[in-house]
Ligand binder design. Structure first.
Ligand code: AMP
Length: 494
């Protein structure tokens, strides 16, 4: 399926955040240093990262004297499409952000990059991920007198930098980062530096690129491709890269931890043309499809992807099974998103409007439907109904991720656990509910084989797979304590 409708005012919230007023972002970040067209390159980079967040976009630049900012709701194309905007964002350094959040009415103040005039000068920051102790830290900061303007985790980092006892920017940043927990890939801008950081577990991606004499930071390599930048390397888990007139410097201030990159980035979230940890995302998705075919073969006439996210795995499935791949479902690209809508009725309507059965091909055929995940199950129910109504003889469903049994607290928006179909039902019950002749998910080991591992290491998993296993590598501090209410949640803005 495609991605959620971020404009929905009552988007679903991550599970178990009881009075949850903060945001669980699926975001993309970008930064460029030392390029005369910094803002234009950043707009292009963000455009390539648009799949990571469609609710809002922002860019902050610095021209040696002044910081400039433009932040707005909507897509990059809608907001950074005029010469006037790009030219006003003057300077040869820039950072940018695209966000998807579970936003309420006060979200304008949460659009990133956030900027503050700190004791050492201007500082802009943009974040992809989710902090697991942000509310706890925020409560402490509020108690000590900090006045928060937004409900974003990122502002907590900003206040911790502002209130650090250290003098130098980098020492303040490290001090702040040592006191936060969670998943984060950050880009930040000071008066003379572009900074990039990945959390010690490296849950979210961040890569370094070059274009001429300029340095680029981006969530994914597809954002380097769009501007013709070359990929240098990934920022390593726990690494801070400092880009300045002196070149690039690498700091590793944290005690090393076993890396836990988010495996769901490979399955669904990242763009298929991106390369992560040296692996092409599309190739991984195809390999998952091949594994699925080996693990749960079924005699069929046609492999049908649920577009768009099921396509690479369906191609892999078809290759390995010898069953022909065909487009049995046609997707309209002119519709809004279906995943998160305020009411079930609208969600259902959305699916119908967006997908249509390719009847002439489906009638009388035994189908293997391939999708990347089942979350609430809404999509699967409607798609299967559609296939039956179009005359499919049999409908078998194959899912290129293991059952999603747990919510993500590290930056991928998921519903409350009790809304996760795989949490509430066995695979057999799910198959019955969805109305398929058979249902199978990739096994944990199969998924690990697709990313080049022999199997999942149960003692110390090579990836963060908490949404499929409940093995959360980073402690969920805010879930355990009760840090009290956050500020400003009831202040509405026009
Ligand atoms: P559901 O209809 O609730 O079962 O959602 C499953 C569909 O949503 C799948 O087809 C996925 O492509 C898509 N999906 C899975 N995870 C997410 C996510 N975190 N955000 C948006 N869409 C998602």
């Amino acid at each position: 399926m495609d991605r959620p409708d971020p404009t929905s005012p009552t988007c679903s919230r991550a599970a178990s955040f009881p009075d949850d007023d903060h945001f669980h972002d699926e975001c993309g970040v970008f930064g460029v240093y030392n390029h005369p067209d910094a803002s234009a390159l950043t707009a292009l980079g963000l455009h390539a990262l648009q799949h990571r967040g469609q609710e809002a976009a922002g860019i902050v630049t610095f021209n040696g004297g002044t910081f400039h900012s433009h932040r707005a709701f909507g897509s990059v194309g809608d907001n950074f499409n005029s010469e006037a905007v790009i030219n006003r964002l003057d300077g040869d350094v820039a950072i940018g952000h695209v966000r998807y959040s579970t936003s309420g009415g006060t979200a304008m103040r949460n659009i990133q990059p956030l900027f503050a005039d700190l004791v050492f000068g201007g500082f802009a920051i943009a974040h992809n991920g989710n902090l697991t102790n942000a509310r706890t830290r925020r409560h402490e900061l509020v108690e000590s007198g900090c006045i928060f303007q937004s409900t974003s985790d990122t502002e907590t980092i900003l206040h911790m930098i502002a209130t650090s006892d250290y003098r130098k920017v980098l020492d303040r940043l490290i001090d702040a980062l040592k006191r936060i927990q969670g998943a984060y890939s950050l880009v930040a801008l000071t008066r003379n530096k572009l900074l990039g950081v990945r959390d010690p577990y490296g849950v979210r991606p961040l890569v370094i690129g070059r274009i001429g004499d300029a340095y680029v930071l981006a969530s994914e390599t597809c954002a380097l491709d769009i501007i013709g930048a070359t990929y240098e390397r990934d920022v390593e888990p726990g690494e801070i890269v400092v880009i300045s007139r002196e070149g690039i410097q690498s700091l590793k201030p944290f005690s090393p931890r076993p890396p836990r990159f988010c495996i769901f980035e490979y399955i669904y979230f990242a763009r298929p043309d991106s390369v992560i940890e040296g692996r092409n995302v599309y190739a991984v998705r195809k390999r998952i499809g091949q594994e699925l075919a080996r693990e749960s073969h079924v005699d069929a006439d046609m492999v049908v992807p649920v577009p768009d996210s099921g396509v690479p795995a369906a191609i892999g499935y078809a290759e390995a099974s010898g069953v022909p791949f065909d487009l049995g479902i046609i997707r309209s690209h002119y519709m809004g998103r279906t995943f998160i809508q305020p009411h079930d009725t609208i969600r259902h309507l959305g699916v119908k409007l967006k997908h249509n059965a390719n009847r002439a091909w489906i009638k009388g055929k035994r189908l293997v439907l391939v999708d990347d995940s089942i979350v609430r199950g809404t999509t699967s129910v409607k798609i299967v109904e559609m296939m039956r109504a179009a005359g499919a003889a049999e409908v078998h469903m194959r899912i290129s991720s293991p059952p999603t049994t747990h919510p993500c607290f590290y930056g991928i928006d998921t519903p409350h656990q009790d809304q996760l179909m795989a949490h509430r039902m066995t695979v057999e019950e799910m198959a019955k509910h969805i109305g398929v002749d058979s249902l199978a998910f990739i096994s944990h080991d199969g998924m690990y084989r697709a990313v080049g591992e022999e199997s999942r290491n149960a003692e110390c998993p090579q990836y963060c797979d908490a949404c499929f296993t409940g093995a959360y590598p980073i402690s969920l501090v805010d879930q355990e304590g009760n840090p009290g209410p956050a500020q400003l949640t009831l202040l509405s803005e026009a």
